[in-house]
Design a protein around this ligand. Structure first.
Ligand SMILES: [Cu+2]
Length: 160
C-alpha cells in the first residue's frame, strides 16, 4: 500500500510538471497571478504605479529588474512593501541603515517584504506570505534607496 501510494505521487508530480511546462511556454494568460514583476530604470522610475494580487494568494513572489545601466551605488533600486501609514518612517530608517543593509533597518517589523538593492542589468526576487494582509488595508511599495521613495512608489492592492 505504501509503495503504490508513493508511485502514485510520483506519477502525479510528473504529470503536473508536464502540464505546467506545456502551458507555461504557450500562453502568458496561464501565468501565475501570485507572481509579480516590476522594472526600474536609470531615470529613477518604476514601470508601474500599481501592483495587485488576488486575496487567494497565500504567497506572493515579486521580481524586481533594473533595466538601466547605472551601477548600484549611483542608481540602485530595491522594492519595499509596507502599509501606507508606515512608508515614510520605514524609508527614513532605511536611509540610516545604509547600503550594506539594502537601505532597510534590520529587523524592521513594519517591512512586509523587501528585495535587495540592484544595479543596472540585475534583478532580485522575494517571496513572502500574505498572512495578516487584508483587502481592507492600503499598502505601498517603494524604493528605499536614499532620495528615491518620494518618486518611486505605488499602490499594492489585495483584491477581495
Ligand atoms: Cu530606487
Amino acid at each position: 500500500m505504501k509503495i503504490s501510494m508513493s508511485r502514485l505521487k510520483t506519477i502525479s508530480a510528473v504529470a503536473l510538471l508536464g502540464f505546467s511546462s506545456l502551458f507555461g511556454f504557450t500562453s502568458n494568460a496561464m501565468a501565475n497571478e501570485c507572481e509579480l514583476s516590476i522594472s526600474a530604470n536609470d531615470a529613477m522610475q518604476f514601470d508601474t504605479k500599481e501592483l495587485s494580487v488576488p486575496a487567494s494568494c497565500k504567497e506572493v513572489t515579486l521580481t524586481l529588474t533594473h533595466s538601466g545601466q547605472l551601477p548600484k551605488a549611483a542608481m540602485g533600486h530595491n522594492w519595499v512593501l509596507t502599509t501606507t501609514a508606515d512608508m515614510q518612517a520605514v524609508a527614513n530608517d532605511g536611509m540610516s541603515a545604509g547600503a550594506a543593509k539594502n537601505y532597510v533597518k534590520e529587523g524592521d517589523t513594519r517591512v512586509i517584504a523587501h528585495t535587495d538593492v540592484v544595479g543596472g542589468g540585475s534583478s532580485s526576487s522575494i517571496s513572502f506570505s500574505t498572512e495578516g494582509m487584508s483587502s481592507a488595508e492600503t499598502y505601498k511599495f517603494f524604493c528605499s534607496f536614499p532620495g528615491h521613495w518620494a518618486i518611486m512608489q505605488g499602490n499594492f492592492i489585495i483584491k477581495a
